[in-house]
Design a binder for this molecule. Sequence first.
Ligand code: NAP
Length: 277
Amino acid sequence: MSKIIVITGATSGIGAALVERFVARNDQVFAVGRSAERLEALHASLGHVSNLKTFLADFSRLSEIDALANALLQAAPEGLDVLINNAAVVPSSKRFSHDGIELQLQVNHLAVVQLTHALLEALIQRQGMVITTSSDAHKGGRFHVRDIQKNPRYGVFRTYAKTKLYNLMFSAYLKDAYGDKLHVYAVHPGVVKTDLGAKDSSAFMQKVWHFFTKKAAAPSSVPPTYEMLVDQKEPLEALYYAHQKPLNHLSVVTDKEKQTLLMEASLELLKMPKFGA
Ligand SMILES: NC(=O)c1ccc[n+]([C@@H]2O[C@H](COP(=O)([O-])OP(=O)(O)OC[C@H]3O[C@@H](n4cnc5c(N)ncnc54)[C@H](OP(=O)(O)O)[C@@H]3O)[C@@H](O)[C@H]2O)c1
């Protein structure tokens, strides 16, 4: 049966491949991007099909995430089936969001928490699913709550690894708290040939990224794992998948004490009293 699927980071790379695949299956796709031009180009590339709607929101402004959630809820008063949290950024150096928060922390992690929170009831309404694109790069991340508050020693890739670890820790938290009402998964897409590490980057960083992804898989190789999850009728036991199979993650992901610290620090930055209703 056709599903209503929200996909963030939809205008390039893995997100665009997911949009293309789910549109082709006749699902109703709500594609979220930060650029009106790139959203229009995505729509045009798929022939302005009626089962694709586009939504504009820049996750480096937290206020735009609330406005996005309202627009999505208005577009689907009957509820949502799937939220795919896929957007992420890897800047070339330390940057801050419009809210004064380190950019990767905000776009890659806090935006995931805020958008999931805002759409939670609509997802629960349809026994829905939350899939977050994490990465095996999370294995290079260590959890220290001080990093969320101040992030004193900064490294672009170290910070990226941490945000991908937070994606998994948040997914594990969500599964524990809402697993009876929602399916919750995280995905490692593999090493994929996209421009993730070459956007808004120095020439050197672009070279490093292109070298690193030279022999990587095409974005079109990624959708089968997401399709396999979206098509499950009963929740699968494992949290984390790659190439349609469960994958091991760091043990800290399911450490309840650390999950609580992560959620408390995240909610404080988001100025949210609590997660969920
Ligand atoms: N490529 C890999 O090898 C790899 C490996 C493991 C995990 N991943 C994960 O896969 C996901 C997709 O990455 P990708 O490789 O497909 O790279 P990508 O093409 O750069 O996709 C990232 C998406 O996030 C969007 N985005 C960036 N900043 C944003 C903001 N401020 N507000 C809203 N959206 C924003 C980008 O929008 P624009 O189109 O406007 O730039 C883009 O659509 C990410 O979560 C990444 O961590 C990738």
